[in-house]
Design a protein. Structure first.
Length: 81
């Protein structure tokens, strides 16, 4: 995933929650890096699986979201999870 724009605006579509409380299904972020951080660090595991990140009209599934977060180019500090 070379040349990914971590600074562009992003939309995050959360997967369906299984049981329990459901949080909002769509959220807009000023940067893709912030959306990735939220998806990996703050989103419940039950919602991560069906999540989709949209940046510059490109869509990324939950596996790609994790790969972008784990990439050396990711610009934000990571929380130990």
């Amino acid at each position: 995933m070379s040349q990914f724009n971590y600074t562009g605006e992003a939309g995050l579509y959360a997967g369906k929650a299984i049981g329990g409380r459901s949080s909002p299904r769509y959220r807009r972020f000023d940067t893709a890096a912030e959306a990735l951080r939220f998806a990996v660090e703050d989103m419940p595991n039950t919602q991560q699986r069906g999540s989709v990140l949209e940046v510059d009209e490109a869509r990324f599934d939950h596996n790609q979201i994790r790969a972008l977060y784990d990439a050396p180019e990711y610009p934000l500090s990571r929380r130990i999870i």
